[in-house]
Design a protein around this ligand. Structure first.
Ligand SMILES: [Zn+2]
Ligand SMILES: [Zn+2]
Length: 276
């Protein structure tokens, strides 16, 4: 385990979108863990209005996080954020958030919404019906959307760069993340995104939720991020206060093993580096 004490998580979801605990319960847990700050990243609304989004709770969410900022000011720094999706462009108010995350969760194929983190069954069905049985084409659609993301979204850091690998341990037959074509499309997307974005997250969400033993992104992408001087944050994409710091120690060790000696955290002065 790492000897570095992690004191911030900027990727958290609550009962205001698709999380299990209230914002206040998350704040209490963060204080109990000794965090000096926490950021809330409620799922931004999209053109699809999926159930996981803030939806009509958008303004109650903003009000509640702002209330907590004041109520807990003596104990912890709270940031109001949102996790944007490629299809959130134009769906969210501007100038109210302290930070935002740019993520891809969906593509659209033949007029149908295709999700990359819904379930193995959904992925299998989409591959069979919409991608001619080719898992690699399903993956290609994801990375093409990711590559185009910077044109549509301006945010502070990139979320789960390869969330499509969520089921790689449970359902490795979906597509081969080790093959040359897969790696090529992933790195082409990284090249495109890196032109605009400097900060990326290492997301331990799949560890907390038991999907796979390692965070996003995969090791070969981490190596390329290192080569391209990307700056990394560690988050847990937490939908349950139990997992607020799940996998953080492992993530630090992983980053050290891949040659990183710094991670970043958000402050009033923007992102600052922390030696690891
Ligand atoms: Zn996400
Ligand atoms: Zn998330």
């Amino acid at each position: 385990m790492s000897d570095i004490k992690m004191t911030q998580n900027l990727h958290t979801h609550t009962t205001m979108c698709d999380g299990r605990d209230t914002p206040e319960q998350m704040v209490e847990r963060a204080i109990a863990l000794g965090f000096d700050s926490i950021g809330f990243s409620g799922h931004a609304n999209t053109v699809f209005r999926e159930a996981c989004e803030l939806g009509d709770r958008l303004y109650p969410y903003i009000d509640e996080i702002n209330r907590l900022k004041g109520a807990y000011a003596e104990k912890i720094k709270i940031f109001l954020g949102t996790e944007l999706d490629y299809y959130s462009a134009g769906c969210m108010p501007e100038g109210v958030f302290d930070y935002s995350i740019a993520s891809v969760h969906y593509t659209v194929r033949e007029g149908e919404l295709v999700s990359y983190d819904l379930s193995v069954e959904h992925s299998k069905d989409a591959i069979a019906r919409l991608f001619g049985g080719s898992g690699l084409e399903y993956a290609r659609a994801y990375f093409e959307t990711m590559a185009d993301m910077p044109r549509r979204l301006s945010a502070d850091f990139v979320g789960h760069f390869d969330i499509l690998t969520k089921y790689e341990a449970k359902a490795p037959e979906l597509f081969d993340t080790g093959c040359h074509q897969y790696r090529k499309m992933a790195l082409e997307a990284l090249t495109a995104v890196r032109e605009k974005y400097e900060f990326f997250e290492v997301n331990t969400g799949p560890i907390g939720r038991g999907y796979k033993p390692a965070p996003y992104p995969q090791p070969f992408i981490l190596d390329e991020m290192k080569a391209r001087k990307c700056k990394l944050l560690i988050t847990s994409d937490c939908h349950n206060s139990k997992f607020l710091d799940r996998g953080f120690g492992e993530a630090v060790e992983l980053l050290r093993a891949h040659g990183f000696d710094e991670i970043y955290k958000l402050t009033d002065r923007g992102f600052v580096g922390m030696k690891i």
